[in-house]
Design a protein. Sequence first.
Length: 248
Amino acid sequence: MRIIEQPELPRVQAGEIPRHIGAIMDGNGRWALMRETERTEGHRAAEEAVYSSVRGALNLGVEWLSLYAFSTENWRRNDSEIAFLMDFSEWLLHEERVEELRELGVRIRFVGRLDDERIPDRSRAYLNDISARTAHNTRLQLVIAFNYGGRAEIIDAVRSLLADGVEPETVTEADLEARLYLPEMPDVDLVVRTSAEHRLSNFLLWQASYAEFVFTETLWPDFRAWHLYSAVAEYQSRRRRMGAAVTG
Ligand code: IPE
Ligand code: IPE
Ligand code: MG
């Protein structure tokens, strides 16, 4: 991914802006390893990247920004790292940051299996509190995928259809979408993954069906608004056909 220069920014802003960007925030551990410090320090450093990305998204007029914070597979990590990742007041969304985001018009929401008993009550209460405090905001929907798995989300939607006794032969894509964690969430237009890994790792499987993918070697703690602008510039150079034939 080529980093765009400052004079190029107006051109990006004038182009087609993805309505929904998803970011797979990867590489915190390697960032810490390079500094010979604890993995949790890498997670701690992730917040600056989140905040800069939010500013970038606001500047571009992106409506939805979804960030992958903890997958249903991340329970495989050791206890101390998991305990740290559970506590958003320690890493991704410190109290002061939440206040700044609230003032910027950002609504913070969570998707994932939030009722999982492995999530400490204190963490759940914090998430509920910051969601409620920003619930009136409409400028940018900042979605944090937490204890999230794309497969789990689809399974949960299917279970909800079955629980209501919906007739199998009547089920449409719209019916299933209506049972996803945030039914109003639009499809993801652009997925960005940092740290040179080229995979989806169970992120927004349903919503990313026709997403464009941009991969960067930058580790998440080093990711800034400029990287987001560059990813959007790359997105603008793609031709999204959605199954239609190539023309011209
Ligand atoms: C962040 O990066 C992803 C989270 C689960 C928070 P990692 O912790 O996966 O970092 P690497 O891949 O080990 O470098
Ligand atoms: C994906 O990163 C999950 C998050 C960013 C939260 P991982 O580091 O867990 O993914 P894998 O294991 O490399 O696929
Ligand atoms: Mg990783």
